[in-house]
Design a protein around this ligand. Structure first.
Ligand SMILES: [Zn+2]
Length: 152
């Protein structure tokens, strides 16, 4: 459960880091109607299932990546807890794992997946340029290299 809450925060990072907005403020809002998300709509996985992946007011579809990222993070937390037990090693592995999830999801969204939503695609292209200009891309590449090395 704690993992799912962290996963929900990772979603915020995934959505906001590439656009360059703050990850702490403002509160989560629907990207379509900009209405702030109520606390009961922000319960990881459960809310998405109850609302059937749609905004409560404007029925704008909410990406399936949100509950997926939450579920993956929850599973990772559970597995790491079981494997490492509580301690500093667990904490460092979890931080690294979270960073990988965020980087992977950003990469997926900005380079691989086709998107039929034109305004969104335009905004994303803009944010990729932003990413390159700020040198974030180099950082991401370096992390990806490290992750690949760790896997081999
Ligand atoms: Zn909405």
């Amino acid at each position: 459960m704690f993992g799912a809450v962290v996963g929900s925060f990772l979603n915020v990072c995934i959505y906001r880091l590439p656009i360059g907005t703050s990850i702490v403020w403002p509160a989560s809002a629907c990207p379509n109607c900009h209405r702030e998300i109520e606390w009961f709509e922000n319960i990881p996985i459960v809310s998405w299932l109850v609302l059937r992946g749609r905004c409560r007011t404007c029925k704008h579809p909410i990406g399936v990546q949100y509950p997926i990222v939450e579920a993956i993070t929850a599973v990772m937390f559970g597995a790491a807890w079981w494997y490492y037990g509580p301690g500093p090693l667990l904490a460092s592995r979890l931080v690294f794992g979270c960073a990988l999830i965020v980087l992977f999801a950003i990469d997926l969204e900005h380079h691989l997946l086709p998107n039929r939503d034109h305004p969104a695609r335009h905004r994303r292209r803009l944010s990729v340029q932003l990413l390159h200009r700020t040198g974030m891309a180099r950082l991401v590449d370096r992390h990806r290299g490290a992750a690949a090395a760790a896997c081999c």
